[in-house]
Design a protein around this ligand. Structure first.
Ligand SMILES: NC(=O)C1=CN([C@@H]2O[C@H](COP(=O)(O)OP(=O)(O)OC[C@H]3O[C@@H](n4cnc5c(N)ncnc54)[C@H](OP(=O)(O)O)[C@@H]3O)[C@@H](O)[C@H]2O)C=CC1
Ligand SMILES: CC(=O)C(=O)O
Ligand SMILES: [Mg+2]
Length: 776
């Protein structure tokens, strides 16, 4: 399948699967009991209604208005796809809602309006003012968008921003300042060629002029050619940009130009045009989804170029996603009534400045780069940089206050920054960083259940996303049929069938080794050889013998059956007497690790202590400081039962071995997760002032039950079970895991392999050596 077909298929499946689309509405208040409902709705709801009727300002106090932005479009200029209509634009608007939420914790209603008449459109949007704290106009074509935004800014008392104009202008201006600095050019001297004379292009030119660019230094093009005074077909909005004194082709205009700005349509610029530009040129080809000229063509044309596109798969992504979440966050937080030029310039400076700061590890990890630093391929921060929120939102908020457009004042900026950080949570960051870490050194990963369709789908994602090199165990023909039926591309994967003739030699090698390991544990040599036809044993042997780096199994087997081969063949780490299982659950308060959820039925105090130590080590592998609560049904000796005493005894054993570990118990789960309550009742606890991120359960029943309840009824995402204590990375899936569970577990297995295995001696990174040998 061609790469584009794959992208198309995956994108369509992503939008269609499960609940169609990308968003849902989630209540923020408890609405479970009769009492809750009486408060949330009638009769209780009448009280806030009356308060708001008394003073309309109270709408910010009692409703979601203050954090709610409307992303509104009529679908007339959707990306670079043109006038495809409001319904066709909806996926983009939902997508912006997702970005507002994940990057700035702003809630969005996407509103697609079937109205092209600018005046009527204005009336519709204006009438929505009571609902929203801000209005993000999106993908509305020029010239109508100018009138619409201008009128709404005048008529509405909440911030209105047409993002294709100002978002793009802000981001590209930040990138431009930095690119000019690197190319040692002055903004008031450089000559610009701008392809596109629409919403985005005009706003960019105007903002660059605010930064010092000379109006006469721009040559602008629309679909019909260069904007010149001679043209009689130009709309009024285009006249101020009509600088050309004669008719001129784009190729002619590009000769000797310093900066090219593309906000038009894909593939409209050639490599020759780029070659003809002045020394040290800057090319921002920002049309979506395909830029005016590809990254390869432009950077291939000359070495002295600084190149940027709107795409996420190349360096220097100049895309308005770097701006709108943070600009609105700042504007909402001070209740700005507009987004004015000073606020936009503040965002430009904040973004440009952030690109010059040292890049934190989490960003390098997320982009699979060892070292990103300010320079030609890093002129603007990356969209996944978690510092964007605290860099841009306060700058915008401050500018709003200084220019007198803020209804609300922020006094304690440090506190504000901390609150912003909290909004992001670390769960997304953890998952993103995990993915990036896995991708930084992908490993050969054995999937023991190759004939399972979920496994095959996950394996394809693992391969496509560069997480690892899947090695499938199973019947080759059967795997191929299932893959074909489900349009899964397995061409880059290696298949091993332990039952096949091809594997006789391997079965013998593995069987002999197994016999040596288990001879005194009741196995005959024949039994050992026979056992190697079994997929989990064969897979574990591949890992043990270095024919693979890690393994995932257990999707269709009971846990104790699935883990047995790993214990028999691989065994525990030196100095460790047992294995245990851990889940990572993503919660609103951040990641929460739960253990033991899978292996040890009724651990003794010594065993529980060992589980704590294993878990602490694993949490540290995620670069997080473990803050551990050891759970029971009592608090710090309030019950003298043997179960409660066992937990506090285990805690003492842990403390003896690791005095600095932040761990306390025994305690109840609600006390562990509610620091206010802990401080109030048990102020002596080690966990006062600490946000607990690890829960240790007293036995398997409680751990497993708690985990499954959380997953089924909470809106949590989880990764696990992560096996702890094995010498080599074998991980087991839970019966019925979803494809995304499997992919997440593959990341865990690869990261574990990175920690536990040395780089392969040969360059057989994809694991084809075994196959080659068999066919020799
Ligand atoms: N990277 C980013 O963050 C962003 C990128 N964009 C991209 O910028 C482009 C324009 O968006 P927007 O301004 O909102 O849309 P508009 O519809 O308002 O403007 C499009 C402009 O491009 C011109 N144009 C179209 N085709 C050509 C061509 N072949 N040669 C020269 N000019 C052409 C149009 O000419 P005419 O006036 O004659 O119709 C018009 O002036 C889109 O591709 C969009 O994806 C937009 C916003 C953000
Ligand atoms: C990114 C964006 O808003 C656009 O391409 O229209
Ligand atoms: Mg847009």
């Amino acid at each position: 399948m061609a790469k584009n077909d794959l992208r198309k298929e995956q994108a369509l499946a992503y939008h269609a699967k499960g609940r169609p689309g990308k968003i849902e509405v989630i209540p923020t208040k408890k609405a479970k009991t009769q009492r809750d409902l009486a408060l949330a709705y009638s009769p209780g709801v009448a009280e806030p209604c009356l308060e708001i009727a008394r003073n309309v300002e109270n709408v910010y106090k009692y409703t979601a208005k203050g954090n709610l932005v409307a992303v509104i479009s009529n679908g007339t200029a959707v990306l670079g796809l043109g006038d495809i209509g409001p319904e066709a634009g909806k996926p983009v608007m939902e997508g912006k809602g997702v970005l507002f939420k994940i990057f700035a914790d702003i809630d969005v209603f996407d509103i697609e309006v079937n109205e092209k008449d600018p005046q009527k459109f204005v009336e519709i949007v204006k009438a929505l003012e009571p609902t929203f704290g801000g209005i993000n106009l999106e993908d509305i074509k020029a010239p109508e968008c100018f009138y619409i935004e201008q009128e709404l800014r005048k008529q509405m008392n909440i911030p209105v921003m047409h993002d294709d104009q100002h978002g793009t202008a802000i981001i590209s201006a930040a990138a431009l300042i930095n690119a000019l600095e690197i190319q040692k050019k002055k903004i008031d001297r450089v000559k610009f060629v701008v392809n596109g004379a629409g919403a985005a292009a005009m706003a960019c030119v105007l903002l660059y002029q605010e930064l010092g660019a000379k109006p006469s230094n721009f040559l602008m093009f629309d679909k019909h050619g260069v904007l010149s005074k001679d043209r009689t077909d130009l709309e009024e909005m285009k006249l101020p940009f009509a600088n050309a004194t004669r008719e001129l082709s784009l190729a002619e205009a590009m000769k000797g130009a310093d900066v090219f700005i593309g906000l038009s349509a894909g593939n409209t610029v050639s490599a020759d045009m780029v070659k003809s530009m002045a020394k040290n040129p800057i090319v921002f080809a920002m049309a979506n989804p395909d830029p005016e000229i590809s990254w390869e063509a432009a950077t291939g044309a000359r070495k002295d170029i600084i190149m940027a596109t709107g795409r996420s798969d190349y360096p220097n992504q100049v895309n308005n996603v770097l701006g709108f979440p943070y600009i609105f966050r700042g504007a909402l937080d001070v209740r700005a009534r507009v987004i004015n030029t000073e606020m936009k310039l503040a965002a430009v400076r904040a973004l440009a400045g952030l690109a010059k700061m040292p890049v934190p590890d989490i960003v390098n990890l997320a982009y699979n780069q060892e070292k990103m630093a300010f320079g030609a391929d890093y002129i603007i921060p990356k969209p996944l940089d978690p510092r964007l929120l605290t860099a841009v939102a306060p700058a915008v908020a401050r500018a709003a206050m200084e220019t007198g457009v803020a209804y609300h004042q922020i006094h304690d900026w440090e506190h504000y920054s901390r609150e912003l950080d909290k909004r992001l949570g670390v769960d997304n960051q953890v998952l993103r960083a995990m993915g990036a870490k896995a991708r930084s050194a992908p490993k050969r990963i054995v999937f023991a259940e190759g004939e399972n369709v979920k496994i095959l789908k996950a394996a394809q994602i693992v391969l496509d996303e560069g997480i690892g090199y899947p090695q499938l165990i199973g019947d080759k023909k059967e795997i191929e049929v299932i893959a074909a039926e489900n349009s899964i591309d397995i061409s880059g994967m290696v298949i091993f069938d332990p039952r096949s003739e091809d594997m006789i030699e391997k079965r013998k090698e593995y069987g002999d080794l197994f016999f040596r390991k288990r001879a005194r544990k009741g196995y005959t040599k024949e039994e050992a050889h026979k056992l190697m036809k079994e997929r989990n044993h064969f897979g574990c042997m591949m890992v043990e013998q270095g024919d693979a780096d890690c393994m995932l199994a257990g999707l269709t087997k009971k846990y104790d059956e699935a883990i047995r081969p790993a214990l028999q063949i691989i065994g525990t780490e030196p100095g460790v007497n047992r294995v245990a299982g851990m889940y990572l659950v993503m919660t609103k308060k951040g990641p929460l690790f739960l253990a033991d959820t899978t292996v040890n039925f009724n651990p003794t105090a010594e065993e529980l202590a060992e589980i704590v130590l294993l878990t602490a080590k694993e949490v540290k592998a995620f670069n997080l400081t473990p803050r551990i609560a050891m759970l029971s049904y009592s608090n710090f000796g309030s019950s003298k039962s043997p179960e409660s005493r066992l937990v506090s005894q285990a805690r003492m054993l842990v403390k003896e071995k690791m005095p600095d570990l932040i761990v306390d118990g025994e305690m109840q789960a609600n006390i562990a997760l509610n620091n206010g309550l802990l401080q109030e009742i048990y102020p002596f606890s080690d966990l006062v002032g600490q946000q607990v991120n690890t829960l240790i359960f007293p036995n398997l029943a409680s751990g497993n039950i708690a985990y499954n309840i959380l997953l089924e009824i909470g809106s949590t995402d989880a990764v696990g079970p992560i096996v702890m204590g094995l010498k080599k990375p074998v991980h087991l899936l839970q019966l019925g895991s979803t494809v995304s569970n499997i992919v997440n577990m593959a990341m865990i297995a690869v990261i574990d392999a990175q920690l536990k295995t040395k780089p392969p001696v040969t360059d057989d990174r994809k694991g084809t050596r075994l196959l080659k040998r068999k066919t020799d």
